[in-house]
Design a protein around this ligand. Structure first.
Ligand SMILES: [Zn+2]
Length: 257
């Protein structure tokens, strides 16, 4: 039953990708299939010109909401989807079969400007993205597990009640890497909740030798590149960039639940 549900969602996704000319015809096929709990042979025959690719429920929900796979727009951008692995602060695969990075379409286009700019500065460097849209259900899980007082917790995970900019697909976590995927040294790893990861304290850590000039310069390069696409950083995570503030994101898009 679960597989059938997945196929139904995928078919509707693919219909959205059809050319304008094809839409009226395929829309009918789409609604017929979506309203059916069984995919029978007739339905499949009607869409036999469409390549059916299976994606999970979470990814289907994201695509149906209009978000775009970052690498489909810029294939030079590398990804390391930490929340779809055990290599994250929760040591848990939170995304399951969602193994791509999705953002709002306009945000992906802006990210491409940053990627192009980085390559124009140094052709041996590329962006490497850890996280894009983060469904609120996953955010809630992180919120529940993170064992910190609320005033500390909100520095790393926005309160799911308010929705975070990640939930809208307007925030991105990323770093800079060499072409082989080796990441530049930022002086603290992704999702490091220690103060050494805070842009706010960089000059202090540089002065006392806990951050090197190279590490600080690498962070500055990331910020400079991201600014090109209209992204801005926050003071507690060197890897996190917002394209819009929460109010603007809310006015433009819906939360991915
Ligand atoms: Zn983030």
């Amino acid at each position: 039953m679960r597989n059938i549900h997945r196929v139904v969602l995928v078919i509707s996704v693919l219909v959205l990708g059809c050319t304008t000319k094809d839409v009226p015809k395929t829309e009918i096929v789409c609604s017929e299939v979506v309203n059916s709990t069984n995919i029978n042979k007739v339905s499949i025959n009607k869409i036999n010109s469409v390549e059916v690719v299976l994606v999970g429920e979470l990814e289907s929900q994201i695509i149906l909401s209009g978000l775009v796979d970052v690498q489909s727009v810029d294939s030079t951008i590398l990804i390391d989807v930490r929340y779809s692995s055990l290599n994250n602060f929760m040591k848990e695969d939170l995304y399951g079969d969602l193994e791509k990075i999705y953002l709002q379409k306009s945000v992906v286009n802006d990210l491409k400007k940053c990627s192009d700019y980085l390559k124009s500065i140094d052709s041996s460097l590329v962006l490497l993205v850890y996280d894009g849209v983060r469904p609120r259900s996953v955010q809630q899980k992180m919120w529940d597990v993170l064992d910190l007082p609320v005033h500390e917790k909100i520095k790393f995970v926005s309160n799911p009640k308010n929705g975070s900019i990640h939930n809208y697909g307007c925030a991105v976590d990323l770093t800079i890497a060499k072409l082989n995927g080796d990441t530049l040294d930022m002086g603290a790893g992704y999702d490091d909740i220690r103060k050494i990861a805070y842009p706010r304290y960089e000059s202090k850590f540089l002065a006392n030798g806990l951050l090197s000039l190279e590490q600080v310069n690498n962070r500055k390069l990331l910020r400079k590149v991201m600014k090109k696409g209209g992204f801005y950083n926050i003071q507690t995570e060197w890897w996190h960039f917002n394209r819009y503030n929460r109010n603007k994101a809310k006015s433009l898009f819906d939360i991915i639940e």
